[in-house]
Write a protein that binds this ligand. Structure first.
Ligand SMILES: [Zn+2]
Length: 291
């Protein structure tokens, strides 16, 4: 049964407002490291990290890889949250910003101590030797926000954060909306095997959906230890431990071709644990346990 509440009379004239709108997810990019398009890699796609969460007219994008280039800005407030600043997570930014013609835009990350550091990190990618145009030139009115450890409330969204194990640092996010009963936990890029795992399991406890860095396979992980990524089998173990309600495995290494993806899918035995692929839409995330 829908949960409803009434806003104060001064605001609403007794209008009843629903608070259980669906929280939907769209994966714009699920490939790791660099965009990768080959006939052998059709199943998962080749765009790099970007996930869109929507609740009613509000939308927030997590990471800004090449997947973000294909997304449409809204006419309202778009929020882009970055886990970190490696190229595969920021390559889509200038193209999305260039399409944003109206409404507000916020670029936020917890992987910086303040706004100045956020600007410094972005400006080390854009506006210099590697890319001539700064983001400030493309989008002069964009808001730059360093997310505090206590989290960020913005445009109806509640963004909580927990540190990841990734070279140079990275931030995981648990994101919910005031009008939904579900939350999405995004944990990419992250390497398992430190004390952070236990903190992240508590952070993700009972979430409607966990999105996990599944770059590798347990069988070929050893040479990549220290690179800051995890495996799809670790994702399953984390899913069980955190008691999340569903698991999307993303950030696929370029070596994961269609045959490798099919082999993994044979071993994913429930519909709530799956490989994410580019353009995958989940119309409604399951409600959190004990919201
Ligand atoms: Zn990455």
């Amino acid at each position: 049964m829908p949960l409803t509440h009434r806003l104060p009379h001064t605001l609403t004239d007794h209008r009843t407002v629903t608070t259980d709108l669906p929280l939907s997810v769209k994966f714009w990019g699920t490939r790791a490291s660099y965009p990768f398009f080959l006939p052998t890699h059709q199943r998962l796609g080749g765009d790099t990290s970007c996930v869109q969460l929507s609740c009613g007219p509000s939308q927030v994008f997590i990471d800004a890889g090449t997947g973000l280039m294909h997304a449409e800005p809204s006419t309202g407030h778009d929020v882009v949250v970055l886990s970190h600043f490696h190229l595969d997570h920021v390559l889509g930014l200038p193209y999305f910003l260039g399409k944003k013609k109206q409404g507000a835009l916020t670029l936020a990350s917890a992987t910086c101590s303040d706004e100045a550091e956020l600007r410094f990190k972005i400006n080390s990618v854009y506006g210099g030797a590697g890319f001539p145009v700064s983001l400030s030139l493309i989008s002069p009115h964009m808001n730059w926000v360093a997310i505090e450890p206590s989290g960020l409330k913005i445009d109806g969204w509640h963004i909580q954060t927990s540190p990841l194990n990734h070279p140079g640092g990275g931030s995981g996010y648990r994101i919910s909306h005031e009008n939904a009963q579900a939350s999405v936990v995004y944990l990419s890029d992250h390497e398992h095997g430190t004390e952070k795992d236990e903190a992240l399991a508590r952070f993700a406890h009972g979430a409607g959906l966990v999105i996990w860095d599944s770059s590798y396979d347990d069988r070929n992980f050893a040479p990549f230890k220290g690179w800051g990524h995890s495996t799809w089998q670790e994702g399953l173990r984390f899913y069980e431990h955190s008691q999340a309600r569903a698991l999307a495995l993303t950030h696929h290494d370029p070596s994961r071709d269609d045959a490798a993806a099919a082999e993994i899918e044979l071993q994913l035995t429930t519909p709530v644990t799956f490989l994410a692929h580019d353009r995958l839409v989940l119309p409604q995330v399951l409600n959190d346990l004990n919201p």
